[in-house]
Design a protein around this ligand. Structure first.
Ligand SMILES: CC(C)(COP(=O)(O)OP(=O)(O)OC[C@H]1O[C@@H](n2cnc3c(N)ncnc32)[C@H](O)[C@@H]1OP(=O)(O)O)[C@@H](O)C(=O)NCCC(=O)NCCS
Length: 372
């Protein structure tokens, strides 16, 4: 791997929607839909969901969403987000901007201090113009922006890309991860209806020159990995328009998120465990010297296994903080929420790792060291 230029994370921001849906609320709506569906489809009987199963299998207790009513309405079962006029800030840019403003305020930075914007997310609301360019305009940033999607690993890939942009002249890069996951979730799919929540995170990365500002983190190294798999897939896209068979209201549609959860679990745990362990070893970081892992927040048991694979023992709650109980899976934003909320207690020089992983398969590891 080529030598990376010194880069630092100097701030983060988080936007959390106001509405929450508990497992119990979600299951009550799902089961009411099942009852109605079964009464109308004697040949297609669906099984009910259970809040106990959801918490035991995933660790998720609730999630934040932009619209609660539309999701819980059994005659709709998808969020209702009114279409905005093209002259208005789009909803994805809006939540990205809210997270970004917090990150900028935390580091006392303004639009003029930033040269590039990356919108790294799984759930893009349109093809173009890029949401990143819209965010750039809203924040009065003179430079450039682009969108990128590497599913749940988008933030780790985004940080690596930001480092690359610093290398080509940018002083500071803003990365936003606006994830409206409820828009691509099939709330009629018992295997998955509980998985996701909505949120936006922001990270500001700058060239590490001069005295580090308070709460800044050197990026020691980044490592990325992909391996093709159909086990997490979403076939929604622009070629759907060319098909005569599109029926997105079909409860079994493949035009929304679909996964083989058990297979994902089995494949991704060893892949990510090995990626992080090897990345740390190659950078001379002994596991005893690793203070914290801010892991992607998809499944609690998955994170426990990955942490055990890296450390060779069980991780404490402090070593591998959990936010998925409250936020559910927020795709690319999960590891950044964990980093945003749980980076206290570090001394200068202490090391941690941010890791995102998911569809593709894709995985990224970002080793950071407290600079100030
Ligand atoms: C999705 C996930 C929570 C499911 O947990 P799991 O333990 O693998 O559960 P399974 O799908 O094997 O199902 C186990 C049983 O629970 C049942 N079940 C599935 N969904 C249920 C629900 N909502 N309520 C009640 N029971 C349910 C299944 O029918 C199955 O029953 P059976 O044993 O009688 O056949 C888990 O596999 C997971 O999180 N995987 C990783 C996913 C991931 O990280 N994806 C990345 C996305 S970015």
């Amino acid at each position: 791997m080529p030598e990376l230029i010194p880069a630092r994370i100097v701030s983060t921001g988080l936007f959390t929607p106001e509405n929450t849906i508990t497992n119990e609320e979600l299951v009550a709506s799902f089961n009411a839909w099942v009852e109605k569906h079964n009464a109308n489809h004697p040949d297609d009987q669906k099984d009910p969901s259970s809040a106990e199963f959801i918490e035991k299998a995933s660790g998720i207790k609730s999630r934040y969403v932009l619209d609660k009513e539309g999701i819980l309405d059994i005659d709709r079962m998808r969020p209702k987000l009114p279409v905005r006029d093209n002259e208005q800030l789009s909803i994805m840019a809006e939540i990205g901007v809210l997270a970004a403003r917090q990150a900028m305020k935390n580091a006392d930075l303004h639009g003029k201090d930033i040269d590039a914007v990356i919108c790294a997310a799984s759930n893009m609301q349109r093809a173009y113009p890029a949401m990143a360019v819209e965010v750039q305009q809203a924040l009065e940033i003179d430079g450039y922006g682009f969108d990128m999607n590497v599913a749940c690993a988008s933030a780790a890939f985004g940080i690596q890309n930001a480092v690359g942009l610093l290398q080509t002249g940018a002083r500071r890069v803003l990365m936003v991860n606006p994830e409206i996951c409820s828009s691509h979730l099939n709330f009629r799919d018992r295997d998955a209806h509980f998985i996701f929540g909505d949120v936006a995170t922001a990270v500001i990365i700058e060239r590490a020159e001069g005295v580090p500002t308070p709460d800044s983190w050197d990026i020691v190294d980044t490592r990325l990995k992909t391996l093709f798999s159909n086990n997490i897939r979403n076939n929604f896209g622009f070629l759907n328009h060319t098909s005569d068979e599109l029926d997105i209201s079909d409860p079994d549609t493949d035009k929304l998120f679909k996964q083989e959860g058990r297979k994902v679990f089995k494949d991704v745990v060893p892949m990510v465990g090995a990626l992080i362990a090897e990345h740390l070893a190659d950078n001379g970081v002994a596991t005893d010297d690793l203070k914290r892992m801010w892991l992607h927040q998809a499944n609690l048991n998955m994170n426990l296994f990955i942490a055990r694979k890296v450390l060779g023992r069980d991780a404490t709650g402090e070593e591998a903080p959990v936010v998925l109980d409250e936020y559910a899976n927020t795709s690319s934003a999960g590891s950044i929420i964990a980093f945003h909320k749980h980076r206290d207690g570090f001394e200068v020089g202490d090391v941690g790792v941010i890791s995102g992983f998911g569809a593709g398969y894709s995985a990224g590891s970002v080793i950071v060291r407290k600079a100030a």
